[in-house]
Design a protein around this ligand. Structure first.
Ligand SMILES: [Zn+2]
Length: 250
């Protein structure tokens, strides 16, 4: 039996109220704190407080006419169509804490949220980023992904896709051999040597696509991306490749 519309509306209003009370009560018992400064967050806020958010240092690379430090990092190493990074990485900064939470504290929602904000920025420069069709997250080794439970670059890519017309593809580029943690490697040559030839391509997963973007969480030396780009261009020399990184440590 269907209830009259008025009764249905009353019930849904009442349910909404109940949910709000439940949220308030939960917050009272388990107050969430800011990931960056540990201060208690007010109701409705997630992950970062307003002050820490206001302290984030953005690169504004999307507005650059001249080459950015991220463009220059790949000069002479591989052929890129464009690049962009959202945040400037600094030691002990909010950005470092955000990246840490995204990578090691299971903060997938934060990765998606940041990706979404990054996507909004990319939309401001259609001539540079408007033709990107597919987002390719830099893959993790399956063993590493199993231990962590997710690939943070994939979550960032999902966020970018949510606020743009781009779509995410995780089947085209995958990782094979397990490599030693790259942070332990001292110089770029060793790092490159360490990651070379461990990526696998499935070109069938990417038919008729002209412009892709590789998505990463943070760029330091760029060696992993360089390895991916070279591998892709060996197989698909005509394809346009853009690098999108949530942060740059340069
Ligand atoms: Zn804070």
């Amino acid at each position: 039996m269907a209830y009259p519309l008025q009764t249905q509306m009353k019930t849904s209003k009442w349910l909404k109220k109940m949910n709000l009370w439940k949220e308030d009560l939960y917050h009272l018992i388990y107050p969430a704190s800011c990931l960056c400064c540990d201060k208690e967050l007010s109701i409705g806020m997630q992950n970062i407080c307003d002050i820490c958010d206001a302290n984030l240092r953005f690169t504004y690379f999307e507005k650059f006419n001249d080459p950015s430090s991220l463009d220059k990092l790949f000069w002479g190493r591989c052929n890129l169509t464009s690049t962009c990074a959202f945040l400037q990485f600094e030691k002990d900064s909010s950005t470092q804490k955000i990246l840490h939470a995204i990578k090691y504290k299971g903060k997938k929602d934060l990765a998606e949220e940041m990706g979404g904000r990054f996507g909004e920025r990319l939309k401001q420069n259609q001539s540079k980023y408007g033709s990107i069709e597919v987002l390719i997250p830099v893959p993790l080794h399956p063993k590493k992904k199993f231990i962590r439970g997710y690939n943070q670059s994939e979550c960032i890519a999902k966020g970018i896709a949510n606020s743009t017309e781009m779509i995410v593809n995780t089947g085209f580029l995958t990782k094979g051999v397990h490599t030693e943690s790259q942070t332990k490697k001292a110089n770029r040559f060793l790092r490159w040597d360490n990651v070379s030839d461990v990526f696998h391509l499935d070109v069938n997963k990417l038919k008729d696509v002209k412009h892709i973007a590789l998505v990463d969480d943070v760029v330091t030396t760029g060696s992993t991306l360089e390895s991916c780009i070279q591998k892709i261009h060996q197989v698909l020399p005509e394809i346009k490749i853009t690098v999108l990184s949530l942060a740059i440590a340069k």
